[in-house]
Design a protein around this ligand. Structure first.
Ligand code: PHE
Length: 445
């Protein structure tokens, strides 16, 4: 089945893709991962990966989608044959897994928004804030309930179709998020002792660089650019032939990295100013940001706006994940959008609940120190997404390079040198780095 839906404009594509990229990854995950992996030792490789193999793979995914015009499975099959169709199914599975636990964190955002509506978030006591967060995640009914609410919002949006609702919403709320983050950054940076946080983020020292930090940085690059899960193939399939792929892809990468760095600057200075731990784990954003709100005039209003934006950022990403699975069920199983949504809703609720409960009653189940939630995230970010990226790299760099070349130069000519550089990145650098990283992760200890 061919897909004839299209974005209204180039901007529509960039907004939707940036909406997918900018989400909980940048705002919630990046600060605590940077904190856990030695600050700059994580951030510098992340930036380098983003502008090399990350950007190259964004272009490759979009090109495959635009050429294949279908769900990730049909697009990859059309461009590369049956086996690549099967590899596309890996992307569908990855998106499904990610959405299951992403929705749990999305639920925390709804819960905090609910708190903010009631004026409950401007508490000036780190311990109280920590125990508030701890209570939320470890109480099964609460955690599962908010996960359900977020998932319902996501499914509802996708059932209605993505373009007019979410696309329009993100057009207004993403810039608002940006301005709010700047305001919070200014307040955070002017707190006494805040500068230590900036140093922590950008002061690079070699002895903090470990193979683990690099592996995690690569995993995060995939996560933050929504790579290797079929997202950009699916979104690319709705892209007009008149849009220049390299230019649109560059926008997505720049916006994604900008959001993550701003989030780091929003959190880390405050972490140091309030004497919190930079490696505070998943609760970091939910504990530190409220601390800042309690230190600014109209903190309650800021809190409300902030959690609305956070929710929208999470929702636009969740919608993109669900769209991959939905497009697949429509294309390959000939389900209607409504039926596909119901199937997803039920199964994601069940799987996500396991993640939700892994902070409470099922926290005893761990594999090398990771609960179910962390384990799923670890497997998706560090193995499944890179593996998906690997398949895309082989397809675009080797099997279908003429197609890739044609897609890249369809609107604007690019020099031979630029094309060769791109090919080196896609055909050699990306597969080699991914293979090394996967090997390291599995056997490097
Ligand atoms: N990029 C999104 C974020 O940073 C998460 C995501 C990962 C979305 C993979 C789609 C696919 O929050």
């Amino acid at each position: 089945m061919t897909n004839n839906a299209q974005w209204s404009s180039r901007l529509g594509f960039i907004l939707a893709s940036a909406g997918s990229a900018i989400g909980l990854g940048a705002i919630w995950k990046f600060p605590f991962w940077a904190g856990a992996n030695g600050g700059a030792a994580f951030i510098i490789p992340y930036i380098v990966f983003t502008f090399t193999i990350g950007l190259a793979l964004v272009m490759a995914e979009v090109a495959i989608g635009r050429r294949g015009r279908g769900s990730v499975v049909s697009a990859m099959r059309r461009v590369g044959g049956r086996w690549f169709g099967t590899l596309g199914a890996l992307g569908v599975l990855t998106s499904f897994f990610i959405l299951s636990y992403y929705s749990v964190v999305g639920g925390w955002c709804v819960a905090y928004l609910w708190d903010a509506i009631q004026g409950n978030v401007t508490i000036n006591d780190a311990n109280l804030l920590k125990s508030h967060f701890g209570h939320l995640v470890s109480t099964p009914e609460l955690n599962v309930f908010w996960h359900f609410v977020f998932l319902t919002l996501t499914c509802g949006t996708v059932a209605l179709g993505v373009e007019s609702g979410i696309e329009r919403l993100s057009k207004y709320l993403m810039p608002t998020l940006f301005i709010l983050m700047l305001a919070i950054i200014v307040r955070g940076l002017t707190l006494p002792g805040a500068w230590a946080g900036v140093e922590y983020l950008f002061n690079f020292s070699w002895d903090k660089v470990t193979s683990n930090a690099i592996l995690n940085a690569m995993g995060f690059t995939f996560f933050s650019l929504s790579l290797g899960a079929g997202i950009l193939v699916t979104y690319g399939s709705y892209l007009s032939d008149k849009t220049d792929v390299p230019n649109a892809s560059l926008w997505v990468a720049v916006l994604a990295i900008q959001a993550a760095l701003l989030a780091g600057l929003m959190i880390m200075p405050a972490v140091f100013a309030f004497g919190l731990e930079p490696n505070g784990g998943p609760g970091l954003v939910f504990v530190t940001v409220p601390m800042i709100f309690s230190h600014i005039p109209f903190g309650g209003v800021f809190a409300l706006l902030f959690y609305i934006c956070l929710l929208v950022a999470a929702l636009t990403s969740a919608v993109s994940l669900l769209e991959v699975v939905t497009a697949y069920l429509q294309n390959e199983w000939h389900l209607s959008r409504k039926v596909a949504t119901i199937v997803n809703w039920v199964s994601l609720f069940l799987l996500g609940s396991v993640s939700a409960l892994s902070f409470g009653p099922w926290s005893g189940f761990t594999v090398s120190g990771r609960n179910f939630f962390d384990l799923l995230d670890y497997i998706c970010s560090n193995y499944m997404m890179p593996l998906g990226g690997f398949a895309v790299a082989i397809l675009a760099g080797w099997v279908a390079w003429p197609m890739m070349r044609q897609q890249i130069t369809a609107v604007k000519p690019y020099s031979e040198a630029a094309l060769s550089l791109l090919r080196i990145m896609i055909a050699f650098l990306a597969p080699i780095l991914v293979a090394v990283a996967i090997y390291q992760g599995l056997f490097g200890g």
